[in-house]
Design a protein around this ligand. Sequence first.
Ligand SMILES: NC(=O)c1ccc[n+]([C@@H]2O[C@H](COP(=O)([O-])OP(=O)(O)OC[C@H]3O[C@@H](n4cnc5c(N)ncnc54)[C@H](O)[C@@H]3O)[C@@H](O)[C@H]2O)c1
Length: 252
Amino acid sequence: MGLLEGKIGIVTGAGQGIGRAIALSYAREGATVVVADFNEEMGAETVRLIEKTGGIASFACGDVSKEDSVRKMVESAVGSYGRLDIACNSAALSRGSGPIHEYERSVFDQTLEMCLTNTWLCMKYEIAAMLQTGGGAIVNISSNSSLKGQAFNTAYAAAKGGVNILTKSAAAEYGGQGIRINAVSPGVIRTPGVEKYFEEQPKIAEGLKKAAVMNRLGEPEEIAEAVTFLSSDRASFITGQLLSVDGGGSVR
Ligand SMILES: NC(=O)c1ccc[n+]([C@@H]2O[C@H](COP(=O)([O-])OP(=O)(O)OC[C@H]3O[C@@H](n4cnc5c(N)ncnc54)[C@H](O)[C@@H]3O)[C@@H](O)[C@H]2O)c1
């Protein structure tokens, strides 16, 4: 029997990278998965990959920084499968990096919207659905840039710092009602998003590639393992925690 047998889950940003690995892991462990992404082709491909291995999944296409899309995403889980048990909020998009004094305010605002506001919105609707059936588990994806800060990536680091405190605050708010809420903080993980960032920022890339004490990049599946555990009943007394999965990057 899988760790998530019979559970109904949502994974945002599941069209590629870490989100896709989490959706595949949820399905492999027996969950029915709503794959959420604003990229139709990539989201459909994740659903196909799950179905190919005998899993059950459907696609909710939409931008999770928009309240209407988030409402529809959660409605599609509850409407199709009757309830929502687990959710991982992995979708994020950094709108740019650079020195603060050269930053456009619009870039800062958009980064908060795509990394922090979206997480709050997803939690708002996921929690409302979980309260209907007496509980659930949510895992938010943070970043190690939120731990000590990250020069030239200030908006993203601040947004992910917000995700951490949002996670802890919400865990305190809903623990008594059976909803556990944790966050996973990835180190530097080999994903299409990071490979694009390495190309755009070759100088920053050099440092990032050496971030882990284990002298390698992480793989999306290594993040998915931690998220799957925290989403499962095996983590039944864990809430309000931030777990770094970073090859020791946070202790360097
Ligand atoms: N890869 C890393 O090294 C790393 C490190 C720290 C934190 N993270 C975090 O992990 C998560 C996943 O990162 P990744 O590297 O896999 O990213 P990625 O860019 O490779 O994939 C992100 C996916 O999310 C989707 N997405 C983004 N914003 C969305 C929105 N508003 N609505 C719907 N879909 C949206 C994209 O279409 C894409 O499929 C993010 O929260 C990221 O901040 C990644």
